[in-house]
Write a new protein. Structure first.
Length: 345
């Protein structure tokens, strides 16, 4: 399925479009179950990385194990809920191992690779998420209501930081932000083009999600649990939700999509599932790929492939093993069927 989030909406209209992608009942039950583990927990926490807790470097403080992830651990935790509610039988690390949830992958290019690798191996964790899930399939981003990566006060415990990072009710869904030629931006915003990072909009998004949560029998219990875990005043939050909900009809976002099929730069020929989805929903767009090789046999040059020809070629590759596994096709030479669309430089 391909979803195009482009358009001008009130927040209320946007929420009605995105609400079907929330596994709402599983989110509520997961929040309650997560609270039951968290309330009595005293070890093995995962938090959002920051300057004090670098990516994937295991720390031990006061006999408490702590590991910091970027987006992977939270995204993997949330993705699990699309199948069934979270239920942590013993501790968080065991849950991640047993269900093969991801925390990220050590990078030789960034950070302390040896320390990261040692942490992941010691804990038996899995690495990065493959393309797919709610983020890949629907072009959505998991945005935090309370910022999980902020510089917390000295009195904010690791236990609370873990709650803020992973709590199911601290997440709302927004279009993936613009990065290069991919994603979306809010062209109306005077604060942040990423609608998931605008402080004012966060309250409005959150209010509509929690309004839906309250329609479930155990929704209020789940939200009380969430407020306790994240050190929010429940009664004050109810006032914020009520006020923000009113603003959802008069507050607008104007989402604009990057021209993803405009110009791709690769070191060899490469097409991806996202190319395919974009071309399928934008039949007036062609696929342009610039190849600037660093090594290998592919010559330098540019592909200008008409929409119908690009779709026909990609369709011929989508049943291959590599496509099934990695959602892409690449070749270190000009494909025979595309030679007439390639210009040497």
């Amino acid at each position: 399925m391909y979803i195009d989030w482009s358009g001008k909406y009130s927040i209320y209209e946007y929420h009605n479009k995105v609400k079907e992608y929330y596994p709402l009942r599983n989110i509520v039950n997961s929040q309650i179950n997560f609270y039951k583990w968290w309330k009595n927990s005293n070890n093995n926490y995962i938090i959002r990385k920051n300057k004090d807790y670098p990516f994937l470097e295991l720390r031990e403080e006061n006999k408490t194990n702590i590991i910091a992830s970027d987006n992977e651990a939270c995204a993997s935790f949330y993705q699990f809920m699309y199948d069934k509610p979270i239920s942590i039988k013993s501790d968080l690390y065991s849950f991640f191992r047993e269900n093969q949830l991801k925390v990220g992958f050590p990078s030789a290019k960034k950070g302390n690779y040896e320390a990261q690798k040692a942490s992941v191996n010691k804990l038996g964790f899995k690495g990065s998420m493959l393309e797919g899930g709610v983020r890949g399939d629907f072009d959505l981003k998991l945005s935090h209501y309370l910022d999980a990566g902020q510089n917390f006060g000295l009195n904010t415990t690791i236990k609370t930081k873990c709650a803020i990072y992973l709590s199911p009710l601290n997440i709302f869904l927004t279009p993936k932000p613009q990065k290069g030629r991919k994603g979306y931006k809010n062209v109306n915003s005077s604060f942040n083009e990423d609608v998931g990072e605008d402080p004012y909009l966060k309250d409005v998004f959150h209010s509509l999600l929690i309004n839906d949560v309250f329609k479930l029998n155990n929704g209020r219990e789940a939200y009380k649990n969430y407020c306790e875990m994240c050190e929010l005043d429940f009664d004050n939050q109810l006032k914020i939700i009520e006020d923000s909900k009113k603003n959802s009809f008069t507050t607008y976002i104007n989402i604009e999509k990057s021209s993803e099929a405009g110009l791709k730069v690769h070191t060899r020929f490469k097409v991806t599932e996202s190319n395919y989805k974009f071309l399928k929903s934008n039949n007036d767009k062609d696929l342009i790929i610039e190849v600037i090789p660093k090594k290998g046999k592919h010559p330098r040059g540019t592909y200008e492939i008409p929409n119908i020809d690009a779709l026909r070629f990609i369709d011929s590759k989508r049943s291959s093993f590599n496509w099934e596994k990695n959602k892409n096709f690449h070749q270190d030479a000009v494909p025979k069927d595309l030679r007439k669309f390639f210009t040497y430089k």
